[in-house]
Design a protein around this ligand. Structure first.
Ligand SMILES: Cc1cc2nc3c(=O)[nH]c(=O)nc-3n(C[C@H](O)[C@H](O)[C@H](O)COP(=O)(O)O)c2cc1C
Length: 190
């Protein structure tokens, strides 16, 4: 394999796809897919914060107004919602042309998607303006809703194949194989 250099920005991104839920000023829910999303460690050294970036959108305005949101993992069966929510802005009216069900979070008053298998309820603790129209939000994960079979399992003990998340890299991908854990591939004599 031969690599070639390029000075033009070329991105190769591997991002999870979450659908972020916020409430509008009139109390209606708003959902938008966000793939600029990651986790980092919280300042207690043990819990996690979500880190997400969004531009001047309804989601950004709702985050600025209320500082709380849900992040709903998008699985492959939710791609219709991803495409629809991602091609309309809540600023132009409610995104009601597609059927979906939602309910309030279990700890925070945020709209959560019933179809999602993994849901974070989050509270923004820090905002960094990273581009003229873009803010990056650091948010404490106040509650995580996981499938029953994951209850009590370790933080990293998650089988992505069964969760079937959408992975975004310019186009949508899915995950085919679970390869094993850290240490399973240690070469002999190392
Ligand atoms: C797959 C996908 C990923 C996206 N990721 C982001 C993102 O990380 N940040 C962002 O600001 N917008 C992202 N968008 C665009 C927003 O979802 C889109 O602009 C949406 O209409 C915003 O809705 P709102 O104005 O109701 O917040 C993404 C869209 C798609 C389809």
């Amino acid at each position: 394999m031969k690599r070639v250099s390029s000075q033009k920005p070329q991105s190769m991104i591997v991002q999870p796809c979450f659908i972020v839920g916020t409430y509008n000023d009139d109390g209606s829910p708003n959902f938008a897919p966000i793939t600029w999303i990651s986790v980092t460690v919280d300042n207690d050294g043990e819990s996690y914060m979500l880190v997400l970036s969004t531009g001047a959108k309804r989601t950004g305005a709702n985050l600025a107004a209320r500082g709380i949101f849900s992040a709903n993992l998008a699985s492959v069966d939710m791609l219709g919602l991803v495409d629809y929510f991602g091609s309309r802005s809540g600023s132009d009216g409610p995104k009601n042309a597609i059927h979906y069900e939602y309910e309030n979070g279990q700890f925070l008053k945020v709209p959560t998607l019933n179809q999602s298998r993994w849901v974070y309820e989050c509270e923004v603790v820090k905002v960094v303006n990273t581009a003229p129209d873009t803010n990056t939000y650091f948010a404490r994960i106040v509650n995580t809703q996981v499938p029953e079979e994951y209850s009590g399992s370790g933080n990293f003990d998650v089988d992505l194949v069964s969760l079937d998340p959408v992975v975004y890299s310019g186009t949508y991908h899915s995950i085919a194989r679970n390869l094993g854990g850290i240490g399973d591939f240690m070469p002999p004599d190392c």
